[in-house]
Design a binder for this molecule. Structure first.
Ligand code: ATP
Ligand code: MG
Length: 402
């Protein structure tokens, strides 16, 4: 289905139910700007559920989920349709989520963030509802807030302003800019939860011009205020490039960089926190890593660490080559024998089993043990020649056993 077909269906459903239905927000903005947008935001003066249900029947798609504010979401032909009841909002306090009650379309537009996002088009009608002169601001290329308390009421709008400004190559209008400065000075960002900060930063990091956005956030002193750091653009770009090469997710690396060495790690996921702990352990191994020669040594030093902390220290410590070798040429080579096979050979002590497997792996990395049979033979030979304790404590091959 094309976008127009979907909107025609919405119109049909709305006129049948006789409910005032509008396209709103980002979807109107992008339509005017001629930017492709896969989101269709619909606001209803009345019961959104009714329209959502009728539409879901017409397109033969189930309502996927409903957000905390009673929004109904349908996914149709790659489009995401959000259907919400028009609402009026009041803010109980800075950073708190708003109290919500049903309202008119103009009330709904009045609770929005910027003039360019506060327009509506009634479906089936071509006139635009534009109470805040959003059209004019689109022409001027301006991000302008609707009122003076906007950033105090919802500090996430600070990130949104920076995001839209860079994405659309718009200027932040002067008064809006000074309202942002004031809000930052009043430390309003500290009133919102780490989860919401995380979400906003994640959205910034999904933008094409993410590095410009991050730089602006840093310039405004936001990272510092949040107990985070901004290393520099080069570092991010290098992380980005290395993650692409290794084929690993980028977001954890970005967030590690933004919190490395900081006390505030609340915006991290549990996994990212573990990654950063692993980075600390890995840092102690850097001198050894830099001196290491050959695949066996690399394996001994780096085994057990996951790709993200490894990629991170690769960039941070300038050891990308060693990390690539490990992740691309060493880690994927798996032994065909396991600890069970060694136990079957009569070795029961776990530590010895580990040492034997390590020695077999070294040999395999040198390309000498192509099959399971040869691995097993080699393990046997270690045991019969009593070549245990083959590694000294620094992970080097012990000369006497070579
Ligand atoms: P994007 O292209 O990034 O999706 P968008 O403008 O569609 O941009 P959404 O986050 O999808 O942004 O939100 C849809 C609409 O909801 C916005 O256009 C705006 O009108 C309103 N909105 C979203 N977040 C806020 C907010 N924090 N404060 C006020 N209005 C908001
Ligand atoms: Mg959107």
């Amino acid at each position: 289905m094309k976008k127009d077909d979907i909107i025609n269906l919405v119109e049909e459903v709305a006129s049948k139910e006789d409910i005032a239905t509008y396209l709103v927000g980002g979807c109107v903005r992008d339509e005017i700007l001629g930017i492709e947008n896969k989101d269709i935001d619909i606001t209803i003066e009345g019961d959104a559920k009714k329209i959502a249900k009728s539409l879901s029947k017409r397109v033969g798609v189930k309502i996927k989920k409903t957000s905390q504010f009673g929004t109904f979401i349908l996914f149709v032909s790659g489009f995401r349709i959000d259907i919400a009841t028009a609402r009026k909002e009041t803010y109980p306090g800075p950073g708190k989520l708003p109290l919500v009650e049903p309202g008119s379309i103009v009330e709904d537009l009045s609770r929005r963030d910027f003039t360019i996002n506060s327009m509506a088009i009634p479906v089936g009608i071509t006139t635009i509802i534009d109470p805040f002169q959003g059209l004019k601001d689109i022409k001027k290329g301006l991000i302008r807030t609707l009122h003076g308390k906007s950033f105090i009421e919802d500090p996430t709008r600070i990130f949104r302003a920076l995001r839209f400004a860079k994405r659309l190559d718009f200027q932040i209008e002067q008064i809006t800019e000074s309202l942002i400065d004031d809000a930052i000075k009043q430390r309003v960002l500290l009133t919102i939860s780490p989860a919401r900060i995380r979400n906003e930063l994640s959205l910034c990091l999904k933008e094409m011009k993410k590095w410009n956005i991050l730089e602006r956030i840093a310039q405004l002193g936001i990272f510092e205020q949040l107990g985070m750091v901004y290393p520099n653009r080069n570092f991010f770009e290098e992380l980005d490039e290395f993650a692409t090469k290794l084929g690993i997710k980028k977001e954890p690396l970005y967030f590690m960089a933004l919190t490395d060495g900081c006390h505030n790690r609340k915006i991290l996921t549990g996994r990212e926190r573990r990654y950063l702990n692993a980075v600390e352990t890995l840092l102690e191994k850097i001198p050894l890593l830099k001196k290491s020669k050959g695949k066996g040594e690399l394996y001994t030093i780096l085994q057990g660490f996951s790709p993200h902390p490894l990629a991170y220290i690769g960039v941070k410590e300038g050891v990308k080559d060693k990390i690539s070798t490990y992740l691309e040429e060493i880690e994927p080579i798996k032994l065909e024998i396991t600890g069970e096979d060694i136990k079957d050979l009569g070795i029961s002590e776990g530590k010895l089993v580990g040492e034997i497997l390590l020695k077999v792996k070294w040999e395999k990395l040198d390309g000498r043990l192509p099959t399971r049979k040869e691995e097993l033979e080699y393990a046997k030979s270690i045991i019969t020649n009593n070549q245990l304790k083959i590694f000294n404590h620094r992970g080097h091959r012990d000369k006497e056993t070579m």
